[in-house]
Design a protein around this ligand. Structure first.
Ligand code: F6P
Length: 191
């Protein structure tokens, strides 16, 4: 039996204003989540816990209060939206309406100009997925699109549905895998 924990980073200053991508710091609410997350995880007394985060400051700050070995992996960085980094979806509608329409049509395959698609993200995640397959008691702190790809992989979500998997903020997702069976539990932090 294998147990894996996942969380998005706490709310970032970009989440507050609806901007995509970037490397924004946590908002005050996000910082509160980092404290709640550490408290919750410490209370579980997970043996040999490891924490894997992206290299971006919002995931590193989210896990900073957790007492466990930490690795910061580029593979876990959020989908790179290229020329659209730092835009809100409303800005995109105004400046790149055709791009947004293409994305709505085929979100899995759609690649941002000079950026990535969900398929690109899944491909660059391969080494991490292979490693996670053999691990237990790892907490992965990453981002919405990346966690959709990782959860989609473990839960065998049909590929076209992966870009729409619900991964809320401030929620810890626990997956227990045993052979071909899995069980998923979510705990929403009260903030
Ligand atoms: O809005 C937060 C965020 O993590 C962005 O940085 C990222 O581009 C987006 O979510 C991914 O979600 P979607 O593919 O639905 O736009």
């Amino acid at each position: 039996q294998q147990t894996l924990y996942f969380s998005r980073h706490g709310e970032s200053e970009f989440n507050v204003v609806g901007k995509i991508g970037g490397d924004a710091p946590l908002s005050p609410r996000g910082r509160l989540y980092s404290q709640c997350l550490a408290k919750h995880i410490h209370a579980l007394k997970i043996p040999s816990l490891q924490v894997w985060t992206s290299t971006l400051q919002r995931t590193r700050a989210t896990s900073a209060n957790i007492q466990a070995p930490q690795q910061h992996l580029h593979e876990l960085d959020e989908i790179f939206s290229g020329d659209c980094e730092g835009f809100t979806y409303e800005d995109l509608q105004e400046h790149f309406p055709k791009e947004l329409a293409l994305r709505d049509k085929e979100k899995l395959k759609y690649r941002y100009p000079r950026g990535e698609s969900y398929i690109d993200v899944t491909q660059r995640l391969t080494p991490v997925l292979t490693q996670l397959e053999c691990e237990t008691n790892v907490l992965t702190v990453s981002h919405q699109a990346v966690l959709r790809c990782i959860l989609g992989y473990f839960l065998e979500t049909p590929p076209d549905e992966i870009p729409y998997v619900h991964v809320p903020l401030h929620t810890i997702i626990k997956i227990t895998l045993q052979g071909f069976n899995y069980n998923m539990e979510t705990v929403k932090m009260p903030i």
